[in-house]
Design a protein around this ligand. Structure first.
Ligand code: SF4
Ligand code: SF4
Length: 393
């Protein structure tokens, strides 16, 4: 195959039978390949060595507080939406040892650890998650302070995205302008096509590295019909989102309604379990814990995922700043959809729907926004920012 075949503006086709070669090439190049697989009744992200480990012939049914796997009537490899895992599990692991030390006379000595990070190839990244990764890049790499573990892991990641061929019951990426077609942040992007007894992947190249990988996998140039079919699949997905969110003026809408009674309503239902923050691909709150062994000879410092839904998260000497469920839910949703925009220049929500699916009481961020918006329509005269009572409980 000549270089001519691999112009970024061109599109290509890989047959289903040749997809294994893509995984093999990634392994040969030293990548730890991770992607979707079925485990414990859900589609999670884990190590992949074979395409047979992908969720072949499975789909998911999702709704508020509901997730079920179901058999498809075909052998699609990517025929489902996102599950409870996101890629932050690899880029910003839930538990990281920052340093270890041992007693040395009256002082202590730091025990050198390895700075070596795995070289990941993420396979099957959906568009919403490409945007989520970009948001976390913004926070951890491009902000005032750089998070070194994230940065060193992120620098080595190769991404094989997959355009969504069906929307999940809680997806709303089309509303957030983050999907379902991959447009940023991938090395290669695949669209799975199954029709007329053919099973193939239309491939787009996002980077030179992606082109290098594709060069080693059997492929052909895509014809106009194949390109149009892939476009149609993604366009249909966009039309069938399980949820929608009207984002018009959303930051000011929420700022205007800081004391809206809906916060009391949602507090009646919220268990402050923190599930929504654990599954959210953009939530990044951490805490740091120091531990010692019983002899007092060794000490360690660990960073762990934390959540704005815990009391400890806002604890400052005499108590928690956000003591009530109302204050904590409001903080989370306001941050996602309003203060994140002031802080980082984008929304903190990519419309993946995970927080809706994995909320045990089916609290739905799209519904909460809708309720506040509707109340302004039906009873104008919301409290202005100047009138806000800043008491958090
Ligand atoms: S909104 Fe749902 S998932 Fe989030 S803390 Fe409340 S109950 Fe848990
Ligand atoms: S807030 Fe919910 S829908 Fe938005 S990115 Fe986080 S988990 Fe996904």
């Amino acid at each position: 195959m000549t270089e001519q075949h691999l112009q970024r503006s061109d599109k290509f086709v890989i047959g289903r039978k040749d997809l294994q070669q893509l995984l093999d090439v990634l392994h040969e190049k030293g990548y730890r390949v991770v992607g979707p697989t079925v485990r414990d009744g859900a589609i999670v992200y884990d190590d992949l060595s074979s395409v047979t480990q992908l969720p072949v012939g499975w789909t998911d049914e999702q709704d508020g507080g509901t997730y079920r796997l179901k058999k498809r009537n075909d052998q699609a490899l990517f025929g489902y939406a996102v599950g409870q895992h996101s890629w932050k599990k690899f880029l910003s692991p839930s538990v990281v040892c920052l340093w270890r030390a041992k007693r040395d006379g009256s002082g202590f000595q730091i025990i050198a650890g390895s700075d070596e990070q795995p070289k990941f190839a993420f396979v099957g990244v959906r568009s919403c998650d490409l945007h989520a990764i970009a948001i976390q890049d913004n926070v951890f790499i491009h902000g005032q302070y750089v998070e070194p573990t994230y940065k060193s892991r992120r620098e080595n990641v190769l991404i094989v995205a997959v355009n969504c061929g069906q929307a999940g019951g809680t997806c709303f990426c089309a509303s957030m302008d983050t999907g379902p077609k991959a447009t940023i942040g991938f090395d290669l992007a695949l669209t799975e096509v199954m029709e007329n007894n053919r099973h193939y992947f239309l491939v787009e190249i996002g980077t030179d590295l992606g082109a290098q990988i594709l060069r080693e996998v059997p492929h052909e140039g895509a014809n106009e019909k194949e390109k149009a079919t892939a476009e149609r699949i993604v366009a249909e997905t966009a039309k069938h989102m399980g949820r929608t969110m009207d984002t018009t003026d959303i930051k000011d809408l929420l700022y205007r309604n800081y004391e809206h009674p809906r916060w009391d309503d949602v507090a009646e239902r919220c268990l402050t379990c923190a599930n929504c923050t654990m599954v959210c691909p953009t939530c990044f709150c951490l805490t740091v814990e120091d531990v010692t062994d019983l002899t007092g000879e060794h000490a360690e410092r660990w960073s762990k995922w934390d959540s704005c839904f815990t009391m400890d998260f806002s604890y400052i000497h005499a108590g928690s700043v956000r003591a009530s469920p109302r204050a904590r839910y409001r903080q989370w949703m306001m941050h996602k959809l309003a203060t994140w925009i002031d802080q980082f220049g984008t929304s903190g929500c990519v419309g993946c729907g995970r927080c809706i699916t994995w909320c045990p009481v089916a609290i739905d961020i799209t519904e909460e926004v809708r309720a506040i918006r509707e109340s302004e329509r039906t009873s104008p005269g919301a409290i202005s920012p100047q009138e806000v009572n800043h008491e958090n409980s």
